[in-house]
Design a protein around this ligand. Structure first.
Ligand SMILES: C[S@@+](CC[C@H](N)C(=O)[O-])C[C@H]1O[C@@H](n2cnc3c(N)ncnc32)[C@H](O)[C@@H]1O
Length: 272
């Protein structure tokens, strides 16, 4: 058990793990998760939809020739981890995981010790907002080649960052070599049906109690994370609309008739 784990407040990494059926969570996280399910009964399916988007986006990146990934806000390992999806298509692919939650980092370490390759996989503890530290640590692992395109993943993490999120992402965009791809998913209230909007607002309120309060952003604000990168089709859309045909997407299929009810926008963009 990591020493500095905060068990007084629910933590987004552990609540998300619980929603996905994992075991790296404590009573404080499970109680909080139950409360979230009371206001948004589809939160579990929503977490899976996000996970499926992550898988489709990683597969897309590998198909574009990206074989090294920096996954910031990677969470507790669960089904469809980035290095597993990537190496199913590109056996030599590389991945560095970053999270600021000690339990997520500890579980990732165990997974990689058992099933990873130290030359191609690493995990580190870092705070997305501390761009210089994260970048330095990531390159210090020796896993990533800074001269080759990187797949930078910030999936379901930026809504936990209040001030400075756009500035931090802009700095990562500058650091990435040409040809890199940026993948973002983010909770949003833009165009969400009224009944669900009320639910979303209640969830956001709930998250004020957690160790990382969350907030939704508009479609324009989410699009701004991509800066001057070229958005790949279909642009910034509700997750179920992002290339749903590519890969296994069981939870996504449930949302296809009403994609905004996923309440999460996402996209992928390439640095020219
Ligand atoms: C909802 S989980 C998403 C996990 C994974 N990216 C996915 O989409 O399946 C959000 C993760 O972001 C992490 N996180 C939140 N704030 C962070 C920060 N400032 N720096 C790094 N990680 C952060 C949390 O600890 C958690 O593991």
């Amino acid at each position: 058990m990591p020493e500095d784990i905060d068990l007084d407040r629910p933590n987004p990494a552990r609540v998300y793990d619980w929603l996905l059926g994992g075991e790296a969570n404590w009573a404080v996280d499970r109680e909080f998760g139950e409360q979230i399910l009371q206001v948004t009964p589809h939160a579990r399916a929503g977490a899976m939809v996000n996970r499926e988007f992550l898988g489709r986006a990683v597969r897309y990146c590998v198909q574009q020739g990206i074989t090294q990934f920096l996954d910031i806000g990677s969470g507790v390992p669960t089904v469809g981890n980035v290095h597993e999806v990537a190496q199913s298509l590109a056996p030599d692919s590389r991945c560095v995981y970053v999270d600021n939650e000690p339990v997520a980092v500890a579980h990732s370490k165990i997974l990689l010790e058992r099933h990873g390759d130290p030359e191609r996989h690493a995990v580190l503890r870092g705070d997305l907002r501390d761009v210089r530290d994260v970048w330095k640590q990531a390159l210090g692992t020796g896993v990533l080649d800074p001269d080759r395109p990187v797949g930078l993943l910030m999936v379901a993490v930026l809504h936990f960052i209040d001030e400075g999120a756009h500035e931090a992402v802009a700095r990562y965009r500058e650091l990435l070599p040409a040809g890199s791809h940026l993948v973002v998913s983010h909770g949003s209230y833009d165009g969400v049906p009224a009944e669900q909007l009320a639910q979303l607002e209640r969830v956001i309120k709930q998250y004020q109690r957690s160790s990382a309060p969350a907030q939704g952003r508009s479609r324009d604000e989410v699009t701004a994370f991509f800066g001057d990168f070229d958005l790949v089709e279909p642009g910034v859309v509700w997750l179920p609309q992002w290339r749903p045909g590519e890969g296994e997407s069981k939870a996504t299929a449930q949302f296809l008739d009403n994609p905004s009810s996923s309440c999460v926008l996402g996209g992928v963009a390439r640095k020219a």
